[in-house]
Design a protein around this ligand. Structure first.
Ligand SMILES: Cc1cc2nc3c(=O)[nH]c(=O)nc-3n(C[C@H](O)[C@H](O)[C@H](O)COP(=O)(O)O)c2cc1C
Length: 333
């Protein structure tokens, strides 16, 4: 169980916001296999206020897709507050502020991870968002910009807490590291020791044992799974079991389970994203599910050669139905 402000979650494990990945079909497939709390992909406060069609698409959800958090990117306190109020009206359960995006264009614009180096502005944003809504508010950040010690995340976390934010998520890498190198759980621990609100640890959870190590080494209250969940919708429940003390690596999902998951994901993509986007998206998504399996390269090439969703579905079915019984555990890219 994890309590964030007035929101009580049944699980300590959640899915991270991931642009171009954590769309509605991805979330539904994961929830049906044990995911308890999910995030949409990040959206820009500015685009939301302008009523951008693409942004509204990203916020698409269904009653089954609950509880659900939305994540805002921005740097203007008044706009972020207004955007947060819009999201609250739309029925989201929690709003997160992105203080971790490392993308150059974003950072140059003073948003995302750049806020780690602008704590005064970040604090004004926290205060404005808090005044605007009653919903639980969280911030997702990194351990630092270039400084690996964790002190920048501690500073940001303290200021968020002082302004009434309800939890802090810390990805154990710096902006400079991007997505490479190993996440530093010791720096996550510093934030955990510095604030009284829940801290959610993030980075490199690709197997149930990683979730346990993150919790043990950082003392975090919750665990956020990012890339490890791509093509492995079983990981959230397995990680939850590991945190509950059920040891060992659970058996890998068998061929039938993988076939069912990948086809369900494909059908949901077609249903919610339309045939053209489903075909394009599944070039990546199909590769996540096939990673590490015999013949994966051939499937990837075949999926890239067609836009015909009926043919793609047949290719997926033939590949996954023909897998041997004993399979390695899913290994996301
Ligand atoms: C393709 C991709 C898109 C991402 N998009 C977001 C995002 O929109 N918002 C965010 O806070 N983090 C985003 N992240 C970062 C992840 O949420 C997560 O913090 C990071 O991948 C580290 O966790 P992991 O090692 O478990 O993947 C993204 C990561 C990837 C790989």
């Amino acid at each position: 169980m994890l309590k964030i402000g007035g929101l009580t979650l049944g699980s300590q494990v959640m899915q991270s916001p991931m642009a171009d990945c954590s769309d509605l079909p991805f979330r539904l497939v994961s929830r049906r296999r044990g995911l308890g709390f999910a995030f949409t992909e990040m959206i820009s406060a500015q685009s939301l206020l302008h009523g951008s069609r693409k942004t509204l698409e990203v916020l698409k959800t269904t009653p089954e897709d609950r509880p659900l958090g939305a994540q805002l990117l921005g740097k203007d306190p008044a706009k972020l507050a207004e955007a947060a109020a819009m999201l609250a009206d739309m029925g989201f359960d929690l709003i997160d502020l992105n203080c971790g995006c490392p993308v150059k264009k974003v950072v140059r614009n003073g948003e995302g991870a750049a806020l780690l180096q602008a704590p005064d502005l970040a604090e004004r944003i926290f205060a404005a968002m808090r005044r605007a809504i009653k919903l639980p508010l969280t911030v997702k950040t990194r351990i630092g910009f270039t400084d690996e010690s964790g002190v920048e995340a501690v500073e940001l976390g303290r200021r968020a807490e002082a302004q009434g934010f309800d939890a802090i998520t810390v990805h154990g890498r710096t902006q400079k590291q991007g997505y490479s190198g190993l996440a530093d759980y010791g720096a996550v621990a510093l934030v955990r020791q510095a604030v009284a609100v829940p801290v959610i640890g993030n980075g490199d959870v690709r197997a149930p044992a990683d979730a346990l190590r993150l919790k043990q080494e950082s003392g975090c209250h919750g665990v956020m799974v990012g890339r490890g969940g791509l093509g492995n919708p079983w990981l959230y429940r397995e990680a939850e079991r590991a945190l509950a003390g059920c040891g060992g690596q659970p058996p890998a999902p068998d061929a039938a389970a993988r076939c069912a998951a990948v086809l369900e994901h494909f059908d949901l993509e077609v249903q919610f994203q339309g045939e053209r986007r489903a075909a394009l998206n599944f070039r990546r998504i199909g590769a996540w599910y096939a990673a590490g399996l015999p013949g994966a390269k051939g499937l990837r090439i075949a999926l890239c050669r067609t836009m015909d969703v009926r043919l793609m579905r047949r290719q997926l079915l033939e590949f996954f139905a023909a897998l041997p019984e004993a399979l390695p555990v899913p290994r996301p890219l």
